[in-house]
Design a protein around this ligand. Structure first.
Ligand SMILES: Cc1cc2nc3c(=O)[nH]c(=O)nc-3n(C[C@H](O)[C@H](O)[C@H](O)COP(=O)(O)OP(=O)(O)OC[C@H]3O[C@@H](n4cnc5c(N)ncnc54)[C@H](O)[C@@H]3O)c2cc1C
Length: 561
């Protein structure tokens, strides 16, 4: 039994109508975006599905909670939704029926500098070039030229590949060599993000904006073999959306689809063990003592929890055990300061747009400071005088987050988020207050109205808090595992399990530690249903909902059943 998961059992009375033993076609573990998506497809296909969630709320990283002050809501995890234009589940289930509204700001990111300058990243390449012109005409032209090809790489190759099973590096290489855009992608892939940015641009501010954008989800800027994330993240972070009413609404919409199709969501419970019979999966045991029998179990948790804690090392082949033990969690986590303030942050730059951006990067004037901060994080430190991060005033975009009497309704909900080590020297409990003060000082340097007297309340969510809330985000791993070349593509989480199937009959994996990876992509949850679970189960329909042709991957990518 997982040490982290031992706790006081819930009283049976939570679900007195629920029998101590029951049988299911499929048990899904974890109601984050991936578990919800899988369960929705399977329930819609007519299967008897139960989705087990440890928390009192479904959604996983899609969480909007009242953590600050009564009536003020914050998105404590996912805020920036990068795949709204592509996620098949949104169209397959027509989720706008649930009032799911996406806001796509034109001004996506501003980077503000100490001298009052600013740089903007907008949805339109041309508007971004205009902003870059102030700093370097040469870079503006280079951005326009590079971005036109990078956008093709993202939209014609990398994004569609998110929703098809992983291919081997050899197959990818052979497929890519056939086209101009494929060759351009192969060439980029070999390099590190830092090499690509430095090799394409000359201005320090512009380099800093673009490198931050490419690496903000925890990419090592100097790691070679990660170059394909440069076009992917630049394109996607120039098109990110906000979920009106908070990200939790997205999770809720999936939940409604599951229930509408006859599926069951068992929240405030948790899986403690996966049952095995004759070498095959036989169901799960919950912490309150219930048993759910099923010959198909889909886990969306991290590899340690699924394989070592739930199945047990003794039931794994040596290869699988070694690969799970060698799994590397994210080297950077996030530390987030959520605040309610009297006013929305008003940043130094004269350009009024700089204070109306979806995301604002602050604290870094150039590459050296940014790299120094990331190096500190890897060395388990934060220098209170040299760090930066990104901020968003959520209530500027979403007035639904402030539900208070008119006398307080002018107040705003914002956050500042920075890369941070899980095991900081001195520990978070001791260091937390000092870091909170340093964040407020730094924020006020770039947005002078964010001074203490304007701050009504704060709540700092450290990497340790992330793990406490979600034990599957071990060491505060927002992606359930690092992005290293050996943990990506068909190697995520290992060659045997990357396409969701595992060597253990009846066990499938579908969380962020699986291909295609972390963030709210919905890829792993979609792929496990679409391509894997039905194998050998002739009783399952081939696809629960008609898929419009536009949502299907290009024909040469599709796998035949
Ligand atoms: C601070 C922060 C900010 C982020 N910001 C963004 C963002 O802006 N955009 C973005 O795209 N991504 C963001 N992410 C990443 C994103 O939230 C995750 O990568 C994503 O939620 C992973 O989805 P998942 O379904 O695989 O797993 P999760 O969302 O982790 O869901 C797993 C679920 O399993 C449950 N669980 C755990 N143990 C058990 C058990 N034993 N039994 C039953 N249930 C269990 C958990 O409670 C959880 O609900 C952020 C993450 C963090 C931490």
């Amino acid at each position: 039994m997982a040490k982290e998961l031992v706790g006081k059992p819930h009283p049976q009375s939570y679900f007195s109508e629920f029998p101590p033993e029951s049988e299911w076609d499929v048990v899904v573990i974890g109601a984050g975006p991936n578990g919800l998506i899988t369960a929705a497809y399977l329930a819609k296909a007519g299967l008897k599905v139960v989705l087990v969630e440890r928390r009192y709320e479904i959604g996983g990283g899609l969480a909007t909670e009242e953590i600050l002050y009564p009536g003020f809501y914050s998105n404590i995890h996912a805020v920036y939704h990068m795949m709204v234009d592509y996620m098949p589940v949104l169209r397959d289930f027509q989720l706008d029926r649930h009032g799911l509204v996406w806001i796509k700001p034109n001004l996506q990111t501003a980077m503000v500098f100490e001298d009052g300058g600013s740089l903007l990243l907008t949805r339109m390449i041309e508007d971004t070039m205009d902003s870059m012109h102030k700093f370097s005409q040469k870079d503006a032209v280079a951005f326009g030229k590079a971005m036109r090809m990078w956008r093709r790489i993202a939209r014609e190759i990398v994004v569609p590949a998110t929703y098809i099973p992983p291919m081997s590096p050899l197959d990818i290489s052979m497929a890519m060599q056939r086209t101009e855009v494929g060759n351009a992608m192969l060439e980029l892939t070999e390099h590190s993000p830092l090499e690509i940015i430095n090799g394409t641009f000359e201005n320090d501010h512009i380099r800093a904006l673009l490198l931050y954008t490419c690496c903000m989800w925890g990419l090592d800027p100097r790691e070679t073999g990660l170059g394909l994330f440069v076009p992917l993240y630049l394109d996607r972070l120039m098109n990110k959306c906000y979920c009106q009413g908070g990200s939790h609404k997205m999770g809720n919409s999936f939940g409604r689809e599951i229930i509408r199709a006859g599926g069951v969501i068992l929240d405030s419970s948790q899986v403690n063990k996966i049952l095995m019979k004759n070498g095959k999966v036989a169901g799960v045991e919950l912490w309150e003592g219930r048993t759910l029998y099923s010959d198909v179990v889909i886990s969306t948790l991290d590899p340690h929890t699924t394989f070592l804690d739930f199945i047990g090392a003794e039931n794994l082949t040596e290869n699988l055990r070694k690969s799970v033990e060698g799994w590397k969690y994210d080297k950077w986590s996030f530390n987030t300061l959520h605040v309610v303030s009297e006013e929305a942050p008003c940043y130094l730059p004269k350009d009024p747009w700089a204070s109306q951006s979806f995301m604002t990067i602050l604290g870094f004037d150039g590459l050296d400071q940014m790299l120094a901060h990331w190096d500190n994080v890897i060395a388990k430190k934060i220098d209170p005088e040299c760090f930066g991060g990104h901020a968003t005033c959520e209530s500027f975009w979403d007035t639904h987050l402030v539900r208070v009497p008119p006398s307080k309704a002018h107040r705003q909900v914002s956050f500042f988020q920075m890369h941070a080590p899980y095991d900081i020297q001195g520990g978070w409990e001791a260091k937390g207050p000092e870091i909170e003060e340093a964040i407020l000082r730094r924020w006020a340097k770039y947005a002078p109205n964010m001074k203490r007297s304007n701050i009504v309340t704060t709540n700092q969510e450290t990497p340790v808090d992330i793990e406490t809330r979600f034990p599957n985000m071990r060491r505060g791993s927002i992606k359930h595992g690092d992005y290293l070349p050996i943990q990506l593509g068909c190697f995520r989480p290992n060659e045997e399990c990357s396409s969701s199937n595992t060597p253990i009959p009846g066990l499938y994996t579908a969380g962020a530690s699986n291909y295609p990876g972390g963030c709210v992509l919905g890829g792993a949850g979609y792929l496990v249903w679409c391509f894997e679970v039905p194998d050998g189960r002739s009783d399952l329909p081939s696809h629960p909902c008609p898929l419009p042709e536009a949502t299907l991957p290009p024909a040469h990518f599709r796998r035949r059943r």
